[in-house]
Design a protein around this ligand. Structure first.
Ligand code: NAD
Ligand code: UDP
Length: 318
């Protein structure tokens, strides 16, 4: 198949590109490099079935090629990054999604949207099922991400209902792994970077808030399975193992062997208290469940982070 994937230079997108190429597909990666990095695609420069287009997906993409899928992964995903880019974030998920749906319509392609567990906001239902409508503050700072992803989901379903376009929506829960930007401000990257550079691990609030952390290979497996299953609504993809932020800090300390301390900082506004996916639907429809434990995934992530920090260090010294 020929697949156009936006956000290809980002953390998740680049892993999906690798897997699609390994499955024999032709991939056109699109990215404006706002939060992504071409280093994530460097190994593909001469790949015969990969092509990269630098482009802001909020603008129309003139492409004459026939496409089987348009997969929309472009959007800042880390809270500090989307809070720094509030309008861009709202636009890539609204105008960007519209432009890409129009492209899919014109090319007769199916559409795949990377949505997020953030559509559940600060959930009043736990764990979160796809049928839960969420608890989002529409004018809070995080709304630029949450509400625009909710709009994107609505728009995708509108194209499906009005035009019969085949669509897929995944709600991704916190995902980590190699290639994450170590300076993106997310919990796993902050703790790993702090631990490896001997700085205190910054816990926001008291650290009792929870997250469920999924290793990126598990997510990619779920995505590929969903491409082959005829279902149009959203499916949660996440690891139901739930950890407090304090426990994540302890695990990172163990995995890195750091003597760094833990310090406590103010909790950001509207920071969700609990998050954990109900993955019954993914189990039933995709026969999928995560395979990688936090212990194993963290070890692999720390290993790559050490290499990245060392090479950054070398570049700074040079
Ligand atoms: P990322 O920031 O690493 O990747 C996003 C990519 O999109 C970047 O390469 C960026 O340059 C690109 N991009 C942003 N705006 C663009 C625009 N207007 N035009 C073209 N490219 C643009 O983030 P990620 O963690 O890889 O997230 C990828 C997708 O998965 C996002 O849609 C995000 O909402 C979703 N998601 C991720 C997580 C997670 O834990 N990583 C959780 C939930 C949802
Ligand atoms: N967090 C933290 N210290 C950090 C970064 C994040 O305690 O250095 C907390 C954050 O307040 C949130 C959780 O860790 O409760 C997950 O944050 P992240 O930004 O990774 O993703 P979110 O799930 O909030 O989108």
């Amino acid at each position: 198949m020929t697949i156009l994937l936006t956000g290809a230079a980002g953390f998740v997108g680049s892993h999906v590109v690798d897997r699609l190429l390994a499955e024999g597909h032709r991939v056109i990666g699109v990215d404006n490099l706002s939060t992504g990095n071409l280093d994530n695609l460097r190994h593909l420069y001469r790949h015969p079935r990969f092509e990269f287009i630098e482009h802001d997906v909020c603008e129309p993409l003139m492409l004459k090629r026939s496409l089987d899928w348009v997969m929309h992964f472009a959007s800042p995903a880390s809270p500090p990054k989307y809070l720094e880019r509030p309008v861009e974030t709202m636009l890539v998920n609204s105008r960007g999604t519209y432009q890409l749906l129009e492209l899919a319509k014109g090319r007769g392609a199916a559409f795949f949207l990377a949505s997020t567990s953030e559509v559940y906001g600060d959930p009043l239902e736990h764990p979160q099922r796809e049928a839960y409508w969420g608890n989002v503050n529409p004018i809070g700072p995080r709304a630029v991400y949450d509400e625009s992803k909710r709009f994107a989901e609505s728009l995708v379903m509108a194209y499906h209902r009005a035009l019969g376009m085949p669509v897929r929506i995944i709600r991704i829960f916190n995902t980590y792994g190699p290639r994450m930007d170590l300076y993106d401000g997310r919990v796993v990257t902050n703790f790993i970077r702090q631990a490896l550079t001997g700085k205190p691990l910054t816990i926001y609030g008291n650290g009792n808030q929870t997250r469920s952390l999924q290793y990126v290979d598990d997510l990619v497996e779920g995505i590929v399975r969903y491409l082959g299953v005829d279902h149009s609504g959203p499916i949660n993809l996440g690891n139901p193992e739930e950890f407090s932020v304090l426990a994540i800090a302890e695990q990172v300390k163990l995995a890195t062997g750091t003597a760094a301390e833990i310090c406590f900082c103010p909790l950001p506004e509207n920071d969700p208290l609990r998050r954990k996916p109900d993955i019954s639907l993914a189990q039933q429809l995709l026969g999928w469940r995560p395979q990688v434990t936090f212990d194993t995934g963290l070890g692999l992530t720390v290993e790559q982070a050490r290499l990245r920090l060392a090479s950054l260090d070398e570049r700074l010294r040079a």
